[in-house]
Design a protein around this ligand. Structure first.
Ligand code: NAP
Length: 449
């Protein structure tokens, strides 16, 4: 029996921490990675046609040594994020530069500069070993992982750790990420696994849920208030689906923008009544590559007013170039556009006259600090925010899983089974699951069929 199989069997049998701690750590493990010598493989190919299944490999990689502040994690499940897509299509730039820069920081960080980048910024799993400086976690702990990777000895990391000069996203700007059977994680990235969820339901939340929490709820974000109306682009997508839940929980009115009647129906089921199907409405904000059409912004703004009777207090923005002009136009006088991304292009453009004359605000946001990640994880644990797992793939199928996100073919989140041999395992508290409501927890899974 392989070392990895022995670990899997022990976890599935519910082995206690000391027993797990006594198991050998494998010298190599199965992981999804991109290769340094393939970063030019898509030269001349249009972004939309770049296929992650061509660049993502799943094979054995050498296990790195463990630093004193890290743990080895047996990854039961992970998830596809949009950064999985960016890494695998080598846009906006290959990620090996991130690893090489990190490698120059310390003796331990030198491990990250490899010719394979093992990716993945989400995970649920079981702690196998802790480094000598780890205090609060022990082998056997069942955890989820947030992806905020900072050096806590750097003073710039002490207030809002997202402002740390060396802040990185684990599994995107660092190596040894979660799309693997084993991961190396700083102890300060660990959070307790919500006890009512399966491994794959628990694995999909941390990155997107924490991002939406910071954007809307946190003092560092748009500080949504009761009664606020919030326009949410991609409202059944990864971050958008959590945003809808935060607005509903916070006593606001979400206006969800999606691109199909099925997605509109899913939004209704979530409790979002004001819905815009952008495809059915046929918005064409850019009349050509360099010109935006203000009459289309007006048509969009009018539609929002028809639905809610007012302009939105907040716009939850992430498509970027295709929508930023419309977002800045549509947000109310004095309102806030909060942005964390630019899926359709990062050179954005808006009409500054509408912006300054109506005293609007544009706020940038990026992932979440430790406190925000913990607050967002706690809300999942309390059953106030539901996981958005829709489809689940085995790790061997990670390329097709990433492709489905790249092509905007799935709602919510795509889960990936790593050490977990099948979906549905890992629930520790069935009574709590039933109390919260299995139908609510599995809404996106049921929708995906
Ligand atoms: P996702 O699950 O693929 O959802 C994105 C949604 O955006 C889609 O469901 C789609 O919805 C909508 N969309 C796509 N292109 C659009 C366009 N041109 N115009 C209008 N809507 C469009 O992705 P995600 O995980 O939510 O991530 C969204 C973006 O945020 C990505 O660029 C990602 O890299 C970024 N992100 C950033 C952070 C951060 O910390 N900074 C964290 C998470 C994600 P419809 O087709 O239904 O309208």
């Amino acid at each position: 029996m392989s070392t990895t199989d022995a670990i899997r069997d022990a976890i599935l049998a519910g082995a206690p921490g000391p027993e797990l701690a006594a198991l050998a750590i494998p010298e190599s493990y199965r992981a999804a990675y991109v290769r340094r010598d393939e970063v030019d493989m898509f030269e001349g190919v249009e972004s939309a046609d770049k296929d992650p299944a061509q660049s993502l490999h799943v094979d054995d990689v050498a296990t790195p040594e463990l630093a004193p502040d890290e743990v080895y994690l047996a990854v039961m499940a992970s998830s596809i994020n949009f950064n999985t897509v960016w890494t695998s299509i080598f846009e906006p730039l290959p990620t090996f530069g991130f690893l090489d820069r990190l490698a120059r920081e310390s003796e331990w960080s030198a491990r990250h500069a490899r010719d394979e980048h093992i990716i993945g910024s989400d995970a649920s799993g079981v702690v196998l070993r802790v480094g000598s400086a780890v205090r609060n976690w022990a082998p056997g702990d069942r955890v989820t992982v947030h992806c905020n990777h900072v050096d806590d000895q750097d003073p710039s990391a002490h207030d809002d750790s997202m402002l740390a000069s060396n802040q990185r996203i684990w599994g995107f700007e660092t190596n040894f990420g979660g799309l693997a059977d084993l991961a190396v994680v700083k102890a300060n990235q660990l959070m307790p696994k919500p006890s009512h969820l399966t491994w794959e339901e628990a694995a999909v939340n941390a990155l997107c849920n924490s991002t939406s929490y910071r954007m809307l709820v946190s003092d560092n974000g748009a500080r949504m208030k009761q009664g606020d109306s919030v326009l949410i682009w991609g409202a059944t997508g990864g971050i958008g689906g959590y945003a809808v839940q935060y607005v509903l929980n916070g006593g606001g009115t979400p206006i969800g923008v999606v691109s199909s009647p099925e997605r509109a129906a899913l939004l209704n089921e979530m409790g979002c009544e004001a819905v815009i199907d952008r495809r059915a409405e046929g918005y064409n904000f850019w009349s050509d590559d360099t010109t935006q059409d203000e009459s289309e912004w007006r048509r969009f703004g009018k539609k929002i007013r028809e639905l809610t009777g007012e302009d939105p207090d907040i716009v939850f923005e992430h498509p970027g170039r295709s929508t930023m002009g419309a977002s800045v136009f549509a947000v109310k006088r004095g309102g806030t556009v909060v942005t964390c991304a630019a899926t359709s292009g990062y050179m954005v453009e808006f009409d500054n006259r509408h912006f300054w004359m109506k005293l609007k605000r544009l706020l940038s946001s990026h992932f979440a600090n430790y406190a925000e990640s913990w607050a967002a994880n706690r809300l999942i644990d309390q059953g106030r925010i539901q996981p958005l797992l829709s489809t689940t793939h085995p790790l061997s199928d990670v390329g097709a899983a990433a492709r489905s996100v790249h092509r905007n073919e799935v709602e919510g989140k795509v889960g990936v089974l790593c050490m977990s041999p099948e979906a549905g395992l890992g629930i520790d508290d069935m009574e709590k699951r039933e109390r919260i409501g299995v139908d609510r927890i599995t809404m996106f899974q049921r929708h995906a069929g």
